[in-house]
Design a protein around this ligand. Structure first.
Ligand SMILES: *Cc1c(COP(=O)(O)O)cnc(C)c1O
Length: 354
């Protein structure tokens, strides 16, 4: 039976990417060798790394603007550390919009003073703080563009003097933004790009080299740039699949084309959540994420019934994060509109039966 994969991460990838990747595991570029048994310094793999980096900058519209793209390891969680290690000299601002920004704040405190410029903790992160003041003189402001767990998404970004650092793990390449408003963007691959194990970092070189502390080589963005993401053995399979996904996105028409599809999917699901009296959305309406829709049953007695129905329809990965409960439908780039249609049909079928 066809599965409709709403998992939050690792998550759905395009079928054609999976097919090509599995082919390369057996025979990479007709070499008679597997992608994962050749040197990362071979000509063919270096070409993969270069193409992945170039595609990332091209899709974000950041070519020739002083940015470098890197594919590192350690996930977004290591970027919580690296961002502060490389940029935090005295004081940084953090917008606290949930679990991931909380984790980023915790790491940054090891390196300097952290000012929480705003927080939505008072309502268990169901909204995005707005109208907060950002004092001058910060080393940087850190934002989380999309809150994977609570289903909120920043729609309008503050324009400030300090460099802006943004964790875009769960919505990178999903919507059009002026990416040149950001100085450091990072994203674990496993949400909108590829398998876990690679992390995309896009950094404006001019913000580096300003802290006085010594930085271990592997955690120093300047070393990683000089070594072109090959300071040590990169995670070759994850980088290769990310490259294929970025190429797939480019052929589809890039971010503007996928944004149109993502808006359609989100609209379809949110209108069902709003019109069907058996469901309630979790996030504040104006802050709703187009990637992760969080919702609850109005009456928990329907839970067993609903759970059986969506499972029978081939839907997977719909349970909410353990810290929120309820349901979460993750609608990343590779999820077809048809899958959202199936879920919406199940929800309206539940209403008809109830
Ligand atoms: C999943 C996620 C993370 C953690 O990513 P890892 O790669 O597992 O470290 C960080 N931030 C956001 C917004 C996420 O969605």
């Amino acid at each position: 039976m066809k599965k409709h994969n709403f998992s939050a991460g690792p998550c759905i990838l395009p079928q054609e990417v999976l097919l090509q990747a599995s082919g390369a595991v057996m025979d990479f570029n007709g070499s008679g060798l597997s992608l994962i048994e050749i040197s990362h310094r071979s000509k063919d793999f270096v070409a993969v790394m270069e193409k992945a980096q170039a595609l990332a900058l091209e899709l974000l519209g950041l070519e020739d603007q002083g940015y470098k793209a890197l594919f590192l390891q350690g996930g977004a969680s290591l970027q919580f550390v690296m961002a502060a290690y490389n940029l935090l000299e005295t004081k940084a601002g953090y917008l606290n919009t949930g679990t991931w920004s909380n984790n980023a704040i915790k790491e940054a405190k090891l390196f300097g003073e952290v000012l929480e410029v705003g927080s939505s903790k008072d309502e268990n992160f169901r909204y995005i703080p707005k109208g907060y003041a950002v004092p001058s003189g910060l080393d940087y402001l850190h934002l989380t563009s999309n809150n994977t767990i609570f289903g909120t998404q920043i729609k309008k970004f503050p324009k400030i003097d300090a460099p802006v650092v943004c964790d875009m793990s769960s919505d990178i390449f999903s919507r059009q933004l002026d990416f040149s408003d950001f100085d450091l963007i990072y994203a674990g691959a496993q949400k909108n790009m590829g398998p876990a194990g690679a992390t995309l970092v896009v950094v404006k070189e001019s913000i580096l080299g300003k802290v006085t502390r010594a930085i271990p080589s592997i955690l120093d963005y300047r070393v990683q740039i000089a070594k072109e993401s090959m300071f040590n053995t990169p995670s070759v399979f994850a980088v290769y699949v990310s490259m294929l996904t970025l190429d797939w996105l480019k052929k589809l028409g890039g971010i503007s084309a996928i944004e149109t599809l993502n808006e359609k999917k989100a609209k379809l699901l949110y209108s069902e959540i709003d019109l069907n009296p058996l469901f309630e959305g979790y996030a504040n309406t104006e802050d709703r994420s187009n990637m992760n829709a969080t919702f609850n049953l109005a009456d928990d007695k329907l839970k067993d019934n609903f759970d059986n129905m969506w499972k029978e329809a081939g839907v997977v990965g719909l349970n909410g994060h353990r810290s929120v409960g309820g349901y979460r439908a993750s609608m990343y780039n590779a999820l077809p509109l048809e899958s959202v249609g199936i879920l919406v049909d199940v929800m309206s079928e539940l209403e008809r039966k109830a």
